[in-house]
Structure formats: structure tokens, C-alpha cells
Design a protein around this ligand. Structure first.
Ligand code: GUN
Ligand code: FE
Length: 456
């Protein structure tokens, strides 16, 4: 059904600049593609030829349309552990909390529950595209692909590879051949259930260098080349991990070189964290055009460090945001945008104000930046003719004159007083908002989530 979305809309024009259109109308065709973006003659859109009988969806509640969020790094399998990390750091966190949970998802009923909730929950926070890690298990990984397809979320589905004996006996690939065969099965499955790859696509997923033998990394690099799929892994997250990589791969010139020698450092590789890359490694990542997923909540929770996002951006590296559930405690990219601002403040306290990220910049990373990370920048992340309607309707709460609140005394979301500038409203949403403000979410024009406040 053709639909015209009427009301204010906000999206990124560039890293530093948001467009705030306070009166807009966006026409979306039957295929979910944006056919027009009207900024002037909003009243006239219903008389546009071919759009006379289009459905109209209007923003209410001082809200606005905003592009769907892109989570460039999330472990769907770790969703039950969100918020559980104590005082652990990466390597003991993996052994204490993560591997036992992931290994339990070999049971399909359990995987069904976990993945259904993870996908529903990320959708409810406005995540329209996610790069997922599942587990080593083929049937459960394929189930995650089924669930994303059924719920209508765009997703990259990663079957985790980990064959080295550093991984626990109870949760490991038996051999390189077994790891590759299982990965290949998941690539083929995704391509069978969504041949267009429009919604669900496979992603080759070596867990991280310490989990994989050199032979396995090389085989996965070859598999990526053969299949043309995306790849994702972790890099330079914390100091003991980096020391371990240097010990395990003594003939390589560092962490990034381990992936590079395996053919995995390329434009279709998503590297999570990149907290402690050396200047030479950053140069290599930039030269290979590999992408980086910034996971600020996780890096703080596991005390891994503060990723130097400004420096990465200044070097021309493409950066998006990742929740890294459950290293990160929240499934919300809005929360990650906020956390990215905090982390940049902490970097700025040592290195100067240039490191600070602005509201505009983190919202860019959450949308257009993320879209570039997953190779969808032509399709999603903004409202432009020819792009697809991956969007969220944001509602804010108005405070009536005299400062009275709702009759029932309950105010959801963020109060708008009416005298703040539109830029201020966006900042209020970023710093004070949560999923209560996300009243409806669409992917390719399909309504994939809505709350009671949505009257579509
Ligand atoms: N490094 C290897 N595996 C993981 C993981 O599951 N989460 C995070 N944050 N880092 C990792
Ligand atoms: Fe991770």
C-alpha cells in the first residue's frame, strides 16, 4: 500500500549536520521505497498524481520521523546476560558468563525464546538493521535468520567460529574442516530463505583471533572471498587480549595483521571495539577500508578502554555503533549514541575538546555511519528518494500550559515545553528518551513494531 508519512522529520545530512524539517511529507511506494520527500507544499501531496488514495500516517505528540537505527555489533545469543558482568574483564567474562550461556543455545526451544525476545526487543528500540552473532550451532543460527525474516528486521546472521583449544572443550568447533562446513551451511541457509538478501544475509564470523587457529582464519578469509559475504570479528578490545594475540601469533606484526594475512581485512569486514589499535594498525584498517563498530557501553562495562572515535573518523575510517549485548548491557542504539558522547568526553578530558562527539555526530553514527558499515548506505540510514522506508516514529510528551501533567499523572518519555528549539528537542530525546518514545517502527515500509500510542 502506498503511504504518505506526514509530519516533522529529522535525519543526518552529513557527520556534522542534521536536517530538521519541521513540516514534511514523505511518500513511500508499495515496495517500501521513498518516492518523494516534500518540504514545502505538504498540503498538496494528497493531490499528487497517483497518490490520491494513499494511506496517510501522521506524527503526533510533538514527535518526528527518524531513520531506523543500525546496530553494527550485537550477540543475540547473549541477550539473557544483558546487565550481568560484575567486575569482570574480557577474558574472564567470556569464560565465566558468556561461553556457558552460548553453549546452552544448542537447545532449540531455548534458542527460540532467546532469539525471539532479542529481535523483538531491538525492534522496539528502533533497530531496523542488526549485525548479529549467534553461536557455533548451525540449527540455532539458522533459527535466528528465520526469526529476523519473520519479524521483518534486516539482519546479518553470523554463525560463530571458534576452533582453537583456548576455547572450552564444551563449546568449540571440532576442526577447521568442521568450522568451515558449518559456516558454509549457514551461508547457504540464509541465501535460501532470502535469495534477494534484502532482509537477511549471512556474515562470516571468526569470534576473534584467540578463538581461531591461523589455518581457520585463512579458511574463513577464503570462504568470504568465495561467497562474497560480509565478515565480522573483534579486535583490540583490551590489553590482556592483545598480549594474548601477540603471544599466539608471534610472527605477525600485531592484531590487525593477523586478520590482514588471513585475507579478512577488507571493505566487507566489521571490526568491533578497536579500542587500542596502534597508529600503524589504524593506517592499515583505513587502507583496507575495513569498518569499525564502536561499542561504548561494553567498553566501559568490561573496563576495556575508551575507543578513540574522533581519531578513527579523522583518518577516514567508517564507524558505526554497536550495543555488543551482553558486554554492553542495553539493546538500545539510542543509549549507545548517548554513551558514545560520554566516552568521547572522557577522551577529551585527556586529549582535548577535539575528541568530543556532538549530538549530530552520534546520531549520524547510529544511522548513516552504521549503514556504511553494513554496506547499505544507498538503501537505509536517511530519508532520500530511492532509499527504503526504514524508520521510527518518535513521540515526545508535551507539558500543557501551566505545567500540568497528564490527567493520570503519568508522563511517558520526554517532556517538551514548546519553547525549546527543534535542535534542543532532538538533544532531549537523545539524552532523556528511551523505547517509550519509539511508538512505531518500519522496515522497507512494513510496520514491524508499534506501541499503544501509535494510531496509524
Ligand atoms: N571477544 C571475543 N568474544 C567476544 C564477545 O562475545 N564479546 C565481546 N565484547 N568481545 C569478545
Ligand atoms: Fe562482541
Amino acid at each position: 500500500e502506498k503511504t504518505i508519512y506526514i509530519g516533522p522529520f529529522v535525519h543526518s545530512k552529513s557527520l556534522a549536520e542534521l536536517e530538521i524539517c519541521t513540516k514534511g511529507a514523505i511518500g513511500v511506494d508499495e515496495k517500501g521505497v521513498i518516492a518523494f520527500v516534500e518540504r514545502d507544499d505538504v498540503e498538496g501531496v494528497s493531490k499528487k498524481e497517483g497518490w490520491e488514495s494513499a494511506k496517510v500516517v501522521e506524527v503526533k505528540d510533538n514527535g518526528f520521523f527518524f531513520p531506523g537505527f543500525i546496530d553494527t555489533h550485537i550477540h543475540a545469543s547473549q541477550y539473557p546476560n544483558a546487565g550481568i558482568f560484575g567486575k569482570s574483564t574480557l577474558l574472564d567474562w567470556l569464560n565465566t558468563y558468556t561461553f556457558p550461556l552460548e553453549s546452552s543455545l544448542s537447545a532449540l526451544p531455548r534458542a527460540t525464546t532467546v532469539y525471539t525476545r532479542a529481535v523483538s526487543r531491538t525492534l522496539s528500540h528502533g533497530t531496523t538493521t542488526a549485525a548479529y552473532y549467534a553461536t557455533v550451532h548451525v540449527p540455532a543460527t539458522n533459527l535466528l535468520a528465520d526469526i529476523c525474516l519473520a519479524k521483518g528486521q534486516r539482519a546479518l546472521i553470523g554463525r560463530v567460529c571458534m576452533n582453537s583449544t583456548l576455547s572450552p572443550d564444551y563449546y568449540r568447533d571440532a576442526s577447521v574442516a568442521a568450522a568451515i562446513a558449518a559456516s558454509r551451511e549457514c551461508v547457504e541457509y540464509c541465501r535460501r530463505i532470502d535469495p534477494s538478501g534484502e532482509l537477511v544475509a549471512p556474515i562470516i564470523t571468526p569470534r576473534f583471533a584467540p578463538s581461531c587457529t591461523e589455518e581457520c582464519l585463512h579458511a574463513l578469509g577464503a570462504l568470504q572471498k568465495e561467497t562474497g559475504a560480509y565478515a565480522q570479528t573483534h579486535i583490540s578490545e583490551n590489553a590482556p587480549e592483545i598480549a594474548l594475540v601477540n603471544e599466539l601469533f608471534p610472527t605477525h606484526k600485531g592484531y590487525a595483521d593477523v586478520y590482514d594475512k588471513a585475507g579478512l581485512l577488507n571493505p566487507k569486514m566489521i571490526l568491533a571495539h578497536a579500542v587500542h589499535l596502534t597508529a600503524k594498525e589504524k593506517e592499515l584498517v583505513a587502507a583496507r577500508d575495513a569498518k569499525i563498530s564502536h561499542c561504548p557501553a561494553s567498553n566501559t562495562a568490561l573496563t576495556s578502554g575508551c575507543a578513540p572515535v574522533r581519531d578513527l573518523l579523522d583518518r577516514g575510517i567508517t564507524v558505526g555503533l554497536g550495543t555488543d549485548v551482553s558486554g554492553g548491557f542495553s539493546p538500545s542504539i539510542l543509549e549507545m549514541a548517548r554513551q558514545a558522547i560520554w566516552v568521547s568526553r572522557h577522551v577529551a578530558m585527556h586529549e582535548g575538546d577535539h575528541a568530543k562527539l556532538s549530538v549530530e555526530e552520534v546520531l549520524y553514527l547510529a544511522t548513516r555511519g552504521g549503514a556504511k558499515v553494513v554496506g547499505l548506505e544507498e538503501k537505509v540510514g536517511a530519508f532520500e528518494v530511492g532509499m527504503e522506508w526504514d524508520a521510527q516514529m518518535v513521540a515526545l510528551e508535551s507539558v500543557p500550559e501551566g505545567g500540568e501533567r497528564h490527567e493520570d499523572g503519568f508522563v511517558e518519555g520526554v517532556d517538551v515545553f514548546g519553547w525549546e528549539a527543534w535542535e534542543d528537542r532532538v538533544a532531549k530525546w537523545l539524552f532523556g528518551g528511551d523505547d517509550r518514545c519509539t511508538v512505531a517502527v518500519w522496515v522497507r515500509g512494513r510496520l514491524v513494531h508499534s506501541t499503544g500510542r501509535y494510531r496509524g
